[in-house]
Design a protein around this ligand. Structure first.
Ligand SMILES: NC(=O)c1ccc[n+]([C@@H]2O[C@H](COP(=O)([O-])OP(=O)(O)OC[C@H]3O[C@@H](n4cnc5c(N)ncnc54)[C@H](OP(=O)(O)O)[C@@H]3O)[C@@H](O)[C@H]2O)c1
Length: 246
């Protein structure tokens, strides 16, 4: 029997990058997987078709993480389609990098809505359905502990908030047997952070392993935390950054 057989997962931002790898990995582990997307409808449909053709179960839900009603709807659709919810993965995130004086208050709202508020809203709705053994896994960033340089204030601020969220919520949900964790990737080759730029060369120069991670590396860690072997990990984070923060 596959390790996540009979489990239902919801992944935000599953159409591309790290989220797409998490969707594929949890489906390969046997979970029924719902995931959200905001703009990449064609990519989302292709992932659903791929998973269903391989004998798995997946659905894609159009939901903008900056809109609370969309997030609530995504939880409810998942439960309606698959009969429950066991694993919530908050993955959707955005980065706006600018010299600090150039930032606008609207950009603050954009980044905080998707990177922080959406995580809070999704958890608030998910706890109505999660049972003992449930998981809330959020994708933060190694930058919560190491702002790599200028133009990172807003993003770093948003990812640091997830550490407090993870600690507090682990205390709140521990009595219900639900584990809450944070995965903090470092440089990972996706549209957000391609591995073939000048900035990537600089990032590699700061990493102990000097090699970008892949979305699949992060998905493997999420799979571990979601499975039975991860059951005792809560209120803490795992940094997966090739030694960037070493
Ligand atoms: N790549 C890295 O080096 C790195 C390092 C540390 C942490 N992270 C974190 O890892 C997570 C995934 O990053 P990534 O590199 O995979 O990014 P990415 O390649 O830009 O993909 C972002 C994903 O999030 C979705 N998304 C963005 N805004 C959304 C919104 N408003 N509503 C719903 N979905 C939305 C996108 O969906 P659509 O295309 O459908 O809009 C896409 O599926 C983020 O939280 C990011 O901060 C990444």
């Amino acid at each position: 029997m596959k390790k996540l057989a009979n489990k239902v997962a919801l992944v935000s931002g599953g159409s591309r990058g790290i989220g797409a790898a998490i969707v594929r990995r949890l489906a390969a582990d046997g979970a029924k997987v719902a995931f959200t997307y905001s703009r990449s409808a064609e990519k989302a449909d292709a992932i659903v078709a791929e998973i269903n053709a391989a004998g798995g179960s997946a659905i894609a839900i159009s939901a903008d993480s900056s809109i609370a009603a969309d997030i609530i709807n995504s939880v409810n659709k998942t439960v309606a389609e698959f009969g429950g919810l066991d694993i919530l993965v908050n993955n959707a995130g955005i980065y706006i990098g600018k010299d600090f004086p150039e930032h606008t208050i609207e950009e603050y709202d954009q980044v905080m809505d998707v990177n922080v508020k959406a995580v809070f809203v999704a958890a608030l709705e998910a706890v109505k359905h999660l049972k003992a053994g449930g998981r809330i896994i959020t994708i933060g960033s190694n930058m919560a502990e190491n702002a790599i340089g200028p133009q990172t204030t807003l993003y770093t601020m948003s990812k640091s908030a997830l550490q407090g969220f993870t600690r507090g919520l682990a205390r709140d949900l521990g009595p219900k047997g639900i584990a809450v964790t944070l995965v903090q990737p470092g440089p990972t080759n996706t549209d957000m952070n391609p591995d073939n730029t000048e900035q990537a060369d600089y990032a590699r120069s700061r990493m102990a392993l000097a090699e970008y991670g892949t979305a699949e590396d992060v998905a493997g860690l999420v799979s571990f935390l979601a499975g039975d072997e991860g059951r005792q990990i809560t209120g803490s984070w795992v940094t997966i950054d090739g030694g960037f923060n070493a």
